[in-house]
Design a protein around this ligand. Sequence first.
Ligand SMILES: [Zn+2]
Length: 273
Amino acid sequence: MMAIDMHIHVGTYRNWTPWVVEFFRKTNPYFYEHFSQETDPDRILAYLNSQGVKKGVILAEYAPKATGVVTNEYVIDFCKDHKDLIPFGSICLYEERDILEQARHAFETLGVKGFKMLPSYAHFYPNEERFFPFYEYIQSKNLPVMFHTGTSIFKGSLVKYADPLFFDEIADAFPDLKIILEHGGRPFWYNKVAWLLTRHKNIYVGIAGIPTRHLPEYFPHIDLYQDRFIFGSDWPGVPHIKPLIEKVLALPLSDTIKEKILYKNAETILGAD
Ligand SMILES: [Zn+2]
């Protein structure tokens, strides 16, 4: 079974803040040695395939105060001519350009397939009204949006912005917007995310960074909401991806559910073949 990894970061030391580069050096020596100086899509794809991953979502980010900057243009260029690398854009809050205009440009001109937003890294509340036209727009285009929720180890991130309950309001106002809550509100807000699943049919959980073996404990109704859990690794923030896939396969869940978590739910969300 080949997985889809919904959560991959690309870039070199030039993209990341020094403490992130240092984190990669310690946590993922393989990445540090092979990809941190120079990287290219063919090598990343070969690595993903070697880990049991057939497709990967490549994430942009604008978080100069916390982790760094990987522009939409960089991600689009990286994924160009590689249908198994799927570009997700982001919105830059450090420039004057209107948020909706940035979203339109990212989708209509550049061709992103979804968005990733980092409230705790870029210091904003996701339910601020200035984002509502953006949510309206991407809902109308059926583009998924992923948010980092819960804690982070990186300097410059502020957890007050990462509370999953902000998404109660957003999911309610935009009931057809597919909202992926990455990290499930780790580590002290899992119960809030578990509740959001029951309350809103458009809330999904990205399992990147959640200790896999505890998933059924944190989300006791995982079988009931089996269409809403999505595999992601957060590579290169973890040493390798394959062990994470193996941990999902070892869960006390049916094969049907494991397939959904590892790739079928992602296919549905991405509209992929
Ligand atoms: Zn990440």
